[in-house]
Write a protein that binds this ligand. Structure first.
Ligand code: CA
Length: 230
């Protein structure tokens, strides 16, 4: 997909050559010449990035930035500030801009900044852990076993996620209490055993003879990734 940029700049001497340059670099570009148009466009079309001049007729770039963020629009914003206007830079970042570049800027640097912001905003890599027949979606906090959803409590999910990130590693009850429950001297390690029991009921083929959450007597538990039965 071609990244779609909104260029907000009222000086044609800057905006026209810059737009051509961006198009030559593979972007599609809309241009707004004042703050109100910028806000209208940015709230109605989907952009991957907004290049936002500060000194604009109608509504300043800082106001546009603030209004967009207040409306929940999280499109990355690269502020184009006049040379030496440090307060504008600081204010822009406080209002939710992601980066700034002082005019006059070097085109190569602008292109590099744009690429960096687009990379940063790209969707995070998959958060699905596939462990034998178990699929754990860390972001959605959901679990499937053999393609069927499994209902876990929040704590059970946290315990499972903790083990799943450490396959084969011996985990002590104290470590689990500290890392998953948050250390509380009143809490009994028995709590851990109860939760492991529940997870076994929900995820083990034979909960009475667990092969997934294996007890290491006197030590703790070990999560042994299963091999899917053929
Ligand atoms: Ca301007």
């Amino acid at each position: 997909m071609t990244p779609h940029l909104l260029l907000v700049e009222d000086e044609e001497a800057i905006s026209l050559p810059l737009r051509d340059r961006l198009v030559r670099n593979g972007y599609t570009v809309d241009v707004a010449m004042d703050g109100h148009t910028a806000l209208d466009l940015a709230t109605t079309a989907v952009y991957q990035l907004i290049l936002l001049d500060i000194q604009l007729p109608g509504k300043s770039g800082l106001d546009v930035c603030r209004d967009l963020r207040q409306r929940g629009i999280q499109t990355p914003i690269l502020m184009l500030t006049a040379f030496g206007e440090t307060t504008d830079k600081v204010l822009g970042l406080k209002l939710g801009a992601d980066d700034y570049l002082a005019k006059p800027f070097d085109n190569a640097e602008l292109l590099a900044r744009i690429e960096a912001l687009l990379r940063r905003a790209a969707p995070a890599p998959s958060t699905i852990l596939a462990i034998g027949p178990i699929r754990i979606d860390l972001r959605a906090a959901t679990v499937q076993l053999n393609g069927q959803p499994v209902t876990l409590s929040a704590r059970e999910f946290q315990v499972l996620a903790y083990f799943a990130a450490r396959p084969g590693v011996l985990v002590t009850r104290e470590e689990l209490l500290t890392e998953v429950w948050g250390y509380d001297p009143q809490m009994s390690t028995r709590t851990v055993d109860v939760h492991i029991g529940w997870l076994r009921q929900k995820l083990e083929q034979d909960p009475k003879n667990p092969t997934l959450f294996v007890t290491r007597i006197g030590l703790g538990y070990q999560f042994v990734p299963p091999v899917k039965a053929v």
